[in-house]
Design a protein around this ligand. Sequence first.
Ligand code: E4P
Length: 222
Amino acid sequence: MKFFIDTANLEDIKKAYKIGILSGVTTNPSLVAKEGIKFEDRITEICQTVPEVESVSAEVTPEAVTAEEMIAEAEELIKTNNGDKNITIKLPMTIPGLEACRYLTKKGVKTNVTLIFTVNQALLAARAGATYVSPFLGRLDDISEDGVLLVEKIAQLFRVHQINSQIIAASVRHPDHVTRVAMAGAHIATVPYSVIEQLSKHPLTDQGIEKFATDWEKAPKR
Ligand code: E4P
């Protein structure tokens, strides 16, 4: 399973990129709004900051409701970024979103169909040619449903029908989500930087480092 970072914060993106674990970036209108910067400008900055990742998801704005409006926004984004191959157009799981997905896929543009909460939605998105489908597990858990189970079912369905769309486990809230979606067959987990940090930590690691340092003080140095 690969890691994408789920943020529009440039500093967090830089930190994760520096570690060398990053395969992509996902953003959404709420994440961009938190940054207080124009959406298109931030997408360009992100693409320039992480040139080697496979995907930078830029979501069409809530103002684009029809397929034509979504396509127009997508084409503008691609043009502004000089046809950057990493740019992945993130589309809502709606009928116009699927239409736009099919159109953009045919043009060779990567797509990410977002806000997926059922296996059937994932199947539709895949059949519309989505490069990525994004089930939101945390938001399902929030309403007492099983988000990881959804990822597991989508992974099974994609295996049975040899579907190539990649599953991005989204709305990931904590390290246990990461372990469980990896085992469930997600291709990617998109996570905030705070979760990446949590993944790297264990109290016994900290204790071990401290003990090695104390013992090292006592060891003869020559
Ligand atoms: C993914 O693409 C979304 O941006 C994100 O994971 C949503 O997560 P949230 O439910 O924590 O807002």
